[in-house]
Design a protein around this ligand. Structure first.
Ligand code: SF4
Length: 141
């Protein structure tokens, strides 16, 4: 009998993952920490599928709440409670990474983002996030 998470991962393989732009950077530096265990499990499962299929374009850059937000306690109906701030981050990364809503990326493409984000840009865009230090250390040290 498969585990529930195996079934979920199997379902994920058949769909695109919606990623809001700033999550491309967040999840590059994901260290198994997050807003609660549901959120951490969701991100871990998404990343596991992406890593197993690293050349497939399974990521669709999306506006607003995405597949990770679905499990976040800060989501209020279809919006983030911190919507204004996170949308500013999304806009900033769209410009910096030269991508558009609807762009399709593979995990391998996502990893190349490490070379596109300079530490000054990262600091400017993400400095007020509660996870800033963890991500900064992972990306730049
Ligand atoms: S804090 Fe907002 S943008 Fe971040 S995962 Fe939660 S709902 Fe999504």
């Amino acid at each position: 009998m498969p585990e529930v998470s195996d079934i979920l991962i199997d379902c994920f393989k058949k769909v695109m993952f919606r990623f809001r732009p700033h999550h491309l950077v967040c999840f590059l530096s994901f260290q198994g920490k997050g807003y609660n265990s549901d959120f951490v499990n969701r991100v871990s499962e998404i990343l596991a599928v992406l890593k197993d299929n690293s050349q497939e374009k399974l990521i669709s850059v999306a506006q607003g709440c995405d597949n990770a937000c679905e499990k976040c306690p800060n989501r209020n109906y279809e919006k983030c409670e911190d919507d204004e701030v996170v949308c500013e981050k999304d806009d900033a990364y769209l410009k910096l990474l030269n991508i558009k809503y609807g762009s399709k990326l593979s995990f391998s493409d996502m990893q190349k983002i490490r070379t596109q984000v300079h530490k000054d840009d990262f600091t400017k865009i993400c400095r007020y996030c509660q996870w800033f230090d963890i991500c900064f250390n992972n990306l730049f040290q």
